[in-house]
Design a binder for this molecule. Sequence first.
Ligand code: ADP
Ligand code: MG
Length: 623
Amino acid sequence: MNKKLIRIIVSAVLLLGAVIVEKTTSLSVWQLLIVYLIPYLLIGYDIIGDAFENLFKGSVFNEDFLMVIATLGALFIGFLPGAATEFPEAVFVMLFFQVGELFEDIAEGRSRKSISELMDIRPDYANVLRGDTVSKVSPETVSIGEIIMIKPGEKIPLDGRVLEGTSNLDTIALTGESVPRKIDVEDTVISGCVNISGMLKVKVTKNFGESTASKIINLVENASKNKSKSEAFITKFARFYTPIVVFVAIALSILPPVFSSDFAGTFSVWLNRALTFLVVSCPCALVISVPLTFFGGIGGAGKNGILIKGGSYMETLAKIGIIVFDKTGTLTKGKFEVNAIHPNKINENQLLHLAAHVERFSTHPIAISLKNAYPNENDDCKIENVEELSGQGIRARVNGDIVCVGNTKMMDAVGAKWEPCEKNGTIIHVAVNGEYVGHIVISDTIKEDSKDAIAALRTEGVEKTVMLTGDRKEVGAAVAKELSLDEYHAELMPADKVNFLERLIKEKSPKTNLAFVGDGINDAPVLARADVGIAMGGLGSDAAIEAADVVLMDDKPSKIAKAISIARRTIEIAKQNVVFAIFVKVLVLILAGFGIATMWMAVFADVGVTILVILNAARTLKA
Ligand code: ADP
Ligand code: MG
């Protein structure tokens, strides 16, 4: 059982014992003090310790300090002439303060647990195949290119590519998605997923630090450091608030008696009010309300496969007015298929061969599809000087010839006389030494949930949806129409995308925010420039995970509306907490100042508010 809980129970029993002793015997005030000091010290020693430690560190005014002077005051007020003793009150204040802290620990523990469930993706070991033997090693020690074996039931320790075996992967910890993913030879697997059914032999493609699991763990661990504006406000507020309260309490105990005719007679009354005032003033509910709420919100979002990198992005997300999308890999699957090959002077196979070669080192979705379409790409042709011109295509030297693979902009740049194509889709043109040799038509499909995602965003109150793409006008128009987007702009270079974004930011009302959603390929600058950058990061690129503020683990655009609604709910709950805590506080402070609230009421007000605030904050976890 919880140590603190035991302490609370034992102290409560001792307090009861002390009250019985007081009622049944006629001990002197000094003797009573000693009897009550036993439960007081048992329940309060750590708080007293902390208060003094802070005193020596120079930060006097904190909640521990408030509690300690209030309770010490209550313990000693009985020694004043004419004043009643308040020993049980003193112990009780400490006791309830600890109950509040216990609740706080439990609530924080629960949010932490939901985040650490996410953290459950941390792999403990890898079965690495070295020579003929498989040995269990720490995943940090495995290097790129090594072979690892993953048995059913084990966590995938490092990102890699399947060499042998088929299986299903449980990705729920990463994506919140409970449907298992089918995995076959040549598929990539990412660390943090659990292998469900078959034995997999995997070639490691990233070392541990660069693997998805450790990237995500880092990201989540840093999320709580990224304080929201309201959290920063509360911290500042507490810094001014506590000293003010202490001075008001001192004034309250001294000034009225000084101005009354009977100083000695009224001092104990006012001191009592001042002490009550101090107990009420403890800002614990306020101090924990906001961070705990954001913490819960981040945890709740994480459960849904939405990683929000900090409370401040929660605030930005809640006020999104415009969403700008990248097309490829964001609204569309980014899995192109070759539909037609239209060669010029050379044959189909040769054209595909050249294109696949030039794309050998690229991770662009177009490159992957061309490589897939030409199975034996990795032959002994000599490929040198590869240069990727983002938004245009790729240029490389293949067996001595300069081969360009890309869109019409690229063809124009090298003076190749390209031919238009009547087919629907993205057209990849190829030129050899500036001479046009044909084009390949590839097409991509819209993600299943893109249409619903756009509709859901409208329901969430997003005013404008825009798509920016480097692809052809025809393709852009078709996608925009299918998804009923408000605007689209096609044939953009990465720099044009930044310019468009700047323009949209200038045009929008300053009260609303602009979000950019991308897959991180070619659009990291725009991700960074937007008020909030949302990346399709999960089962793909990792540049995106770094540039973005919010990462959607399962690449589903429909999660954006979910993220917005979680953010709004979290902010709403944080606001309720702050307003409620301040309202009750001020009310009881005034009552205490007028001597209407007793020490008992003060304790219940304080702890009661703290507990309600915690329970309210816990609602954010259930997104
Ligand atoms: P999007 O904005 O839709 O995500 P990109 O900016 O990544 O698209 O690319 C824009 C265009 O540039 C593509 O439609 C294609 O014509 C060309 N392109 C980009 N990368 C490549 C590549 N690796 N191979 C061939 N063409 C490419
Ligand atoms: Mg893209």
